[in-house]
Write a protein that binds this ligand. Structure first.
Ligand code: F6R
Length: 242
């Protein structure tokens, strides 16, 4: 696992942006795995800037999002469909036919999970997956205790995750209790993974991720077994490692 230490959130976003652009230049048909949450907001801003400067085109890429809340419509401002549209898709030349976010409102959510998994497989797997780190070690919405062998599935969100994400909602009661997420095995099959970690809020989790044992109690720990993972972390997040 490669660890890149950067000064702050801005540098983290810049480093991730450069890496993605390099990969798109190498392969304009890249299959990109995307995350939501506060961590990649800066990265998406930088990608849009680069697109506006004509330094990159997203025309031929395909994207798969990690997860989506169950129970929120696509136009609910807290849904990940809305987030992606707002923070990235509407500002770039990506072909919306090649954009995939789990449909968490489908009447048969189990069927949606296997269909999503098949779509990823049919696209030849994910070339580059972007991840954020949950304070409880989750990746995607794979909460502590999720099997490393899991594929796209429905999850009940941990109370700690609902609390952490309550900042986006009016009250904690409004935070959905379940979601669809790519599984840990699905994520591990990506050819390359970049995990972004910023801020003191993540310092404990980052220290456990880097120094702790590999265990299903801390989902991100499995990434240490992947042979092409880059952690881009800022000084505040690295604080507990010193
Ligand atoms: C988001 C996702 C989550 C977040 C994680 C960190 O699609 O899958 O695993 O990456 O919860 O969230 P933030 O970035 O808001 O701290």
């Amino acid at each position: 696992m490669k660890i890149v230490q950067v000064k702050d959130y801005n540098e983290m976003s810049e480093a991730a942006c450069s890496l993605i652009i390099r990969e798109i230049h190498n392969d304009p048909e890249l299959v990109l795995g995307l995350a939501t949450g506060s961590t990649p907001e800066g990265l998406y801003k930088k990608l849009i800037e680069k697109y506006n400067q004509e330094a990159v085109s997203f025309k031929a890429i395909t994207s798969f999002n990690l997860d989506e809340y169950i129970g929120l419509s696509k136009d609910n401002r807290n849904s990940y469909h809305f987030y992606m549209e707002n923070y990235l898709f509407q500002h770039i030349d990506i072909n919306m036919q090649n954009v995939y976010v789990p449909t968490a409102n489908s009447p048969d959510a189990e069927k949606e999970c296997s269909a999503y998994e098949k779509l990823i497989r049919d696209n030849g797997k994910i070339d580059l997956q972007i991840l954020g780190l949950g304070t409880n070690g989750h990746i995607g919405f794979n909460e502590p205790g999720t099997k490393f062998s899991s594929r796209t599935h429905i999850v009940n969100l941990a109370e700690s995750t609902r609390k952490a994400n309550a900042r986006f909602f009016e009250t904690i009661e409004n935070v959905p209790t379940s979601a669809i997420t790519m599984g840990i095995k699905t994520i591990m099959e990506s050819r390359e993974i970049i995990i972004l970690v910023s801020g003191e809020r993540k310092a404990k989790a980052l220290a456990r991720f880097i120094n702790g044992e590999i265990s299903e109690h801390f989902p991100a720990s499995i990434l240490k077994k992947h042979d092409n993972v880059t952690v881009i972390a800022d000084e505040a997040a690295m604080n507990n490692l010193k």
